[in-house]
Design a protein around this ligand. Sequence first.
Ligand code: NAD
Length: 502
Amino acid sequence: MTSSPSLREIVHLVDGKPFAGSSERTGPVFNPATGEQQAVVRFATAEDVDHVVASATAAAAAWRTSSLSTRAKVLFAARELLAQRAGEIAAAITAEHGKVLSDAAGEVQRGLEIVEFACGIPHLLKGGFSEGVSTGVDVYSIRQPLGVTAVISPFNFPSMVPLWFIPIAVACGNAVVLKPSEKDPTAAVLIAQAFLDAGLPPGVLNVVQGDKEAVDRILRHPDIRSVSFVGSTPIARYVYETGTAHGKRVQALGGAKNHMIVLPDADLDLAADAAVNAGYGSAGERCMAISALVAVDPVGDPLIAKIKERIATLRTGDGTREVDMGPLVTREHRDKVASYVAAGADQGATVEVDGRQASFDADGDGFFLGPTLIDHVTPAMSCYTDEIFGPVLSVVRVPSYEAAMELINSNPYGNGTAIFTNDGGAARRFQFEVEVGMVGINVPIPVPMAYYSFGGWKNSLFGDSHAHGLEGVHFFTRGKVVTSRWLDPSHGGINLGFPQHT
Ligand code: NAD
């Protein structure tokens, strides 16, 4: 697509300034609530990426010499500016992603918590010191920045996911090249501007807009040392394989199919509330959304009745209005999600609530689908096997806890899961046995706090490091161990043997 002069144009942010780049290629940015295109976003060429990386490389060399207290001060200031501008960032997210304003504000808040964590960088980067490992010899460990790091983020959390990485990367002394989703690119620019206004030197945090062409250059650029990717599993696998083949450290967080088990002793009202909140919040476009509800006999019928009562109260519409759920991100995505409902019905499932027939509080032709509930889903159906990423809750009925566990552990994804029960022993057994990275016990969306690390298992994460927390600090630094002896004539003499400490 070529750019239209009447539409707002979203460009790159390089060296602290807007940068149009050399490409004529652009992509459309829609308002999903009205269906109208509201902006165009520039798509970087490989040469544009090279330009950004050159700026970041120069900035990284200077930034790594800044003191820890200088970096902490910038982070504290960024935290204040982001908090002041949270409303503006949330509004941009609602306008381009579609999620309701309170939900957008919630993701900005979760992102801010990572900035707060990174404010403690002087403490987080403390190394070890051993005095006198040998006579007159000391050993100490330090962690140093990587250089230029890249962050490639998905559409569904336009502020929180970039903020999983940026604060820690810059606090550790790196420069960052952020490539946000082309579907909702404005929040990334607002975040980067807040960091720059907070005193981060130009070039330390850059935004490059684009699609596969930009990603492919990032994955191969010799001066980019690491890639933090979040997105769908096929692209995550590609990013991991390509990035590591080009010598980069890569953490690539992928898709999900999150199961929530409800045991017969659970409080069914709380479980129904949780299933609705976690299934339909953000229109199901959360990597931690519950998409498979595993009802252990005999809870299926009463649980479904309670969920249906709650769905009847949900309002779907324009996220700037008093509604619970907004649209899906694009028309194509809405149609794809709807096709899974049709496929489920064709394959023998029962569509208990059909969001294709819902009505919506919005003007125009937005990308809406109402909350959908499908019962009697089996593991062979496409609405179970695929990550739908929409407001569709599939109920799988199983006879026992063991069958529920077998279902979850056979699934190729392992991002989040939850168990609802009043039996402490069952919950403890679940946390021990389940092969999933983030586990909730009577908590449906167990997103770890900033000072823990976020990440799944199996096809939900390629690479060793989870995001933020201490694993984030580890990912964005390299370890070095120094063995030191201050010269003393008594240490002289030739000895070709392997050093031993006495
Ligand atoms: P996506 O994989 O389509 O896009 C993610 C990023 O990759 C974007 O920046 C996009 O521009 C880029 N990209 C897209 N196609 C590409 C290609 N062919 N080659 C190189 N780069 C490409 O994902 P999305 O639709 O933006 O986001 C939704 C997905 O992200 C879901 O699968 C969801 O589960 C996942 N997600 C996972 C987590 C997690 O923590 N595991 C968090 C959020 C989202």
